[in-house]
Write a protein that binds this ligand. Structure first.
Ligand SMILES: C[S@@+](CC[C@H](N)C(=O)[O-])C[C@H]1O[C@@H](n2cnc3c(N)ncnc32)[C@H](O)[C@@H]1O
Length: 280
């Protein structure tokens, strides 16, 4: 297979085999394991395209600046950077809209749920201390009355989590219909008791280490961007022709053939801001 001079940084499970793909840990054949806070491990002017989707927000503001400078360095002159990132402006607009509606209808259960989900979008991935955070608890509820809203906001990946949980729960229920396992009994404990048990078992230093390791492991969000702040960041690194795009529009030749942002006609991450810029 020919390798295009296209680079996907922090690719996770979404990569194209003809690209050069990198993540913290190798997520598939040919995916290079590398910690990108240490730089982008290629020579100057190596790639025609540098792309990252929902990665920049995992770096602190300072580390993000260095990362974008690194992207600039490894791009060839005239090369394109494409960034997909949670859209801070859209999240805030959504929050404000829901808050206004709730002020007028404070007892509306559906609106309350949409508001709660929006608060999770704003904060959960920043403050969580364990994988999945409160979002996973929310998505693993037996019934989600605003499922349509949640999927419209965050796309099919969230639907996948909901469906998976329901399948799992069904088999757990069948399996444990008469005799819950010890794990199941612990899972069923009230959360204050679960926390006490965990502290007792781990001791507070071990717990602090565990949280620290998790928080440095690439899952949490460390900064957020809108079109203004991302545009300014790109400009400060030397990029030109900075422009917002839709999911299917791009200056990258044959962009839609790679299936990185649209799968089976559906946008993977509809909560995204998509921006591109060019190295002169
Ligand atoms: C939200 S996921 C996005 C994955 C993929 N780009 C996508 O669009 O689905 C963020 C990815 O960034 C990776 N990541 C975060 N910090 C990283 C770092 N310092 N070095 C390498 N990868 C990192 C994570 O491992 C994870 O795969």
């Amino acid at each position: 297979m020919t390798e295009l001079p296209y680079l996907n940084l922090g690719c996770g499970a979404h990569f194209h085999p003809e690209w050069t793909n990198i993540d913290f840990v190798s997520t598939g054949e040919g995916v290079i394991a590398y910690n990108l806070t240490q730089g982008v491990p290629f020579a100057d002017n190596s790639f025609d395209v540098v792309y990252h989707s929902h990665v920049l927000e995992h770096f602190t503001k300072e580390a993000g600046q260095r990362f974008i400078q690194e992207c600039y360095r490894v791009l060839k002159p005239n090369g394109i950077i494409r960034i997909a990132i949670p859209n801070l402006e859209a999240i805030i607009n959504n929050y404000k809209e829901l808050l206004e509606q709730l002020k007028a209808n404070p007892n509306d259960a559906y609106l309350q749920e949409c508001y709660d989900w929006t608060m999770l979008e704003m904060y959960d991935q920043t403050v969580r201390n364990s994988s999945g955070g409160e979002m996973v608890n929310y998505l693993s509820q037996h019934k989600i009355i605003n499922e349509d809203f949640v999927i419209e906001r965050c796309g099919y990946e969230v639907k996948y989590i909901i469906d998976n949980y329901r399948k799992q729960k069904k088999s757990l229920t069948l399996q444990n219909a008469y005799k819950p396992s010890i794990i199941q009994r612990v899972v069923n404990l009230p959360s204050t008791l679960k926390r006490k048990l965990l502290n007792y078992l781990l001791g507070s230093d071990t717990r602090a280490l565990k949280i620290g390791k998790f928080r440095l492991g690439g899952e949490i969000h460390s900064w957020m961007y809108d079109s203004f702040s991302l545009g300014r960041l790109l400009k400060s690194a030397g990029f030109e022709e900075i422009k917002e795009y839709t999911v299917s529009e791009s200056g990258i030749p044959n962009w839609n053939d790679f299936g990185l942002e649209i799968i089976n006609g559906k946008t993977r991450k509809p909560d995204s801001l998509f921006m591109e810029a060019r190295k002169k």
